[in-house]
Design a protein around this ligand. Structure first.
Ligand SMILES: C[S@@+](CC[C@H](N)C(=O)[O-])C[C@H]1O[C@@H](n2cnc3c(N)ncnc32)[C@H](O)[C@@H]1O
Length: 300
């Protein structure tokens, strides 16, 4: 699977002339193993898991949709959102709908489903195919009830999730399905320049006339425009962009996770989840208390 390779920022030291010319190296640089667990990937899955922990504490039930559900890094299942969500305690989410296009992703999901305990009883559906088509069938079936608290992860690589799909999810019920939408940032300019087929942009962005302005827009304005579209076009009460850095300590925002919700408390819970993941050593007393209750080990 191809990894996203971050573009060097224009102001990077590596793009600037050196004070002294360095002599040509006589040695061949030893090859090292590539970094196996980039922090941004790891952080993302844990952020989703942690947020859903808070989510079920409020809702006591719920349905989870994952549009691009196969593992990004199959060698590191601990960074796989589907796995962390399914295995998260307390197991109060009742219905799971996973979508995945690739054979490898589908078989990973089937293996994950088969490894789940039979209790509590939960439905875990795995749909192979294009999420954009398959999720419409799910929505048309009206299986998800209006009062069902529903969260949908849209963890595309770059342009795979069509705007029409996001719209269909947003229009399905009130309060709306909560969305966690992946917006590429650091490599988006390059991806747009490399696009051979304009239809890909049109499908992803949903407004063909915006192509040139989006290419020329700076990263922050683009993110703010997406937030505004979630609020004004899709009607979400709140849309916030949670930055995921290239690596810990780096100033480069690889991508944003856009959290769109109708629940006023939900952005606060996302903030709490984000902080908890950034500082994992700080144990959250709420989590400890809840787990103790669930396991019947209430503190005196
Ligand atoms: C960025 S990865 C998802 C990472 C995953 N959320 C994780 O936590 O590791 C994107 C996945 O979407 C799948 N995919 C790409 N296009 C798709 C489409 N149109 N419909 C469904 N799945 C798709 C890819 O095969 C890949 O497994």
């Amino acid at each position: 699977m191809t990894k996203r390779v971050p573009r060097k920022p224009a102001g990077s030291h590596e793009n600037q002339p050196l004070l002294f010319d360095l002599p040509a190296s006589k040695t061949v640089e030893p090859k090292v193993r590539l970094i196996e667990r980039p922090l941004w990937t790891e952080d993302k899955a844990r952020l989703i898991q942690r947020y859903l922990f808070y989510f079920v504490l409020v809702t006591r039930h719920g349905t989870y949709l994952d549009g691009f559900a196969g593992p990004q890094d199959p060698a590191n299942p601990d960074t796989w959102a589907a796995r962390l969500v399914l295995e998260s305690e307390p197991r109060w989410l009742r219905h799971f709908y996973f979508f995945e296009k690739s054979n490898a992703g589908e078989s990973a999901l089937l293996g994950l489903r088969d490894a789940q305990p039979s209790r509590p009883k939960r439905t875990i559906s795995i749909q192979k195919g294009d999420f954009n088509a398959e999720v419409l069938k799910l929505l048309q079936s009206e299986t998800i009830k209006p009062r069902e608290a529903t969260f949908c992860l849209l963890d595309q690589r770059t342009f795979e999730c069509r705007w029409e799909t996001v719209k269909a999810l947003a229009q399905y019920k009130t309060p709306k399905i909560e969305l966690f939408y992946f917006l590429p940032n650091l490599w988006l300019d390059r991806a747009l320049s490399a696009l051979k087929d304009r239809a890909v942009f049109n499908g992803w962005w949903g407004r063909p006339d915006d192509f040139h302005s989006i290419r020329e827009m700076n990263q922050t304005r683009r993110m703010l425009l997406v937030l505004e579209r979630f609020r004004s076009e899709l009607g979400y009460l709140s849309a916030k962009a949670w930055p995921i850095l290239e690596r810990r300590g780096s100033g480069h925002i690889m991508y944003y996770m856009i959290h769109a919700t109708d629940h006023p408390a939900a952005p606060l819970l996302m903030g709490r989840a984000y902080r908890a993941v950034v500082a994992p050593s700080r144990r959250d007393p709420l989590e400890q208390l809840v787990l103790a209750c669930v396991e019947g080990q209430l503190p005196n």
